[in-house]
Design a protein around this ligand. Structure first.
Ligand code: ADP
Length: 217
């Protein structure tokens, strides 16, 4: 119900060629941008309500080598060479859970790191073991950072530290709510450390019961 009207609008917008009507071109451009944004909002809202309706997710082997390769590709595509990007697999294990939902959580963090780090900055994705036998996927950036008093609220729906910067960055304000839900469904948690002007670390912390040794193959 939410998707269909947008599909129709997209379809008609795509048929309009700005070159046929140059005086309309800036408006067309803006309409395309806004309908794209609306599309993303709808997709994120649907993801959230899908997650909220579930008590359990599939328990499958999540191939973390493939996951890290995908995250690296996504980070590079989003960054367009504006950042230095490093991805490290220090854990050498796989995870037990939903590959699809974990990917959505991790890639939200990667996308935030790219969007809230000015050009020339650095982004490090690291998968490592925890002391308790668990594992964590952390995304560190050298970006704007978040003032301490905002930290407890950033995972709330639509909560944004700086409205103008967040809007410009093209997000929906739902990314971190999705991350939190996905981690809850894996009995994990999100750890956030951030310093204004220096950057942030967002870490998905998962317990030992979510760690799988990699097979010999
Ligand atoms: P958005 O779509 O606005 O990025 P999120 O739920 O992903 O929504 O994030 C909520 C808010 O937290 C963002 O609007 C931004 O203010 C802040 N934030 C998230 N990630 C970062 C980051 N890596 N660096 C700085 N601020 C961040």
């Amino acid at each position: 119900e939410l998707r269909t009207p947008l599909t129709v609008i997209h379809g008609y917008l795509d048929m309009l060629d700005p070159e046929d009507m140059p005086e309309w071109s800036p408006m067309l451009e803006e309409m395309r941008r806004q309908s794209q944004r609306m599309n993303q909002l709808v997709e994120d809202l649907l993801t959230l309500s899908r997650l909220e309706a579930r008590e359990e997710l599939p328990r499958e082997r999540v191939d973390m080598r493939a996951m890290l390769a995908t995250l690296e590709r996504e980070a590079r595509a989003l960054s367009q060479n504006r950042h230095r990007i490093a991805v490290e697999d220090a854990a050498g294990v796989d995870l037990l859970g939903s590959a699809k939902e974990l990917h959505s959580a991790f890639s939200n963090l990667v996308s935030n790191a790219v969007r809230y780090t000015p050009a020339g900055g650095e982004i490090q994705v690291r998968f490592a073991r925890g002391d308790d036998g668990g594992a964590e996927l952390s995304v560190r950036d050298s970006g704007y950072g978040i003032p301490a008093h905002h930290l407890p609220r950033v995972t709330e729906r639509f909560y944004r530290v700086s409205t103008s910067r967040s809007r410009e960055s093209g997000g929906t304000g739902l990314g971190l709510s999705i991350v939190k839900h996905v981690l809850n469904l894996h009995q994990g948690r999100l750890r956030i450390a951030s310093e204004v002007g220096r950057g942030s670390v967002f870490a998905c912390v998962l317990g030992a019961e979510r760690v799988l040794a990699r097979g010999a193959a």
